[in-house]
Design a protein around this ligand. Sequence first.
Ligand SMILES: [Zn+2]
Length: 214
Amino acid sequence: MPPLKVNPLDYDVFRQEMEEITQRECDPDITSAVHTILTAIGEDPDRPGLQRTPERIACMYEELTAGYHVDPVALVNGAIFEVNYDEMVIVRDIDFYSLCEHHMLPFMGKAHVGYIPAGRVIGLSKIPRVVEMYARRLQIQEQMTRQIAEFLQGVLKPMGVAVVVEGFHLCAAMRGVKKSNARMVTSAMLGIFKRNQSTRAEFLANIGRQGPEQ
Ligand SMILES: [Zn+2]
């Protein structure tokens, strides 16, 4: 797929109102594919309410999958600092919105991220952006959880990283056995969080969860 021109420094562009985004022309392949879907489900794509729907959806998918086009290294560039600090750092309750790769329906919830530095820390505002970069793709919650943890492990080389994600999946809520309130919890524990039960317990207590998730 051709890269979109997304500058990590303009990351807040993702929060623009859809009105603004639909001012420009979006991917014509998506537009025509949605037109086909509308016909296939028995709709009339030319009726007034649907006339601009294919184009709107094309713009929406560009926004919701923009994470594919962000260079993660550039995203954190300039926000990594050498410090002499070795206590646990936790950013909790990071809201995320993603699309499940099996149904392309939303799943959403909160991510909690912790790490214990070994000489390097990352600007706190960058951690939600790392989460968002991996969320704005077609995803599996387990994989997203692991990608966030491994990315931070790679750039910070800390003593360990812990990520817990709680997600509400519309594909589970809307389809089949409608377990509308079910939340899925996934975790990735690396380094000291994996090896040391009390470190893991301290993290889980801080994010309001009891006991090991592994
Ligand atoms: Zn799904």
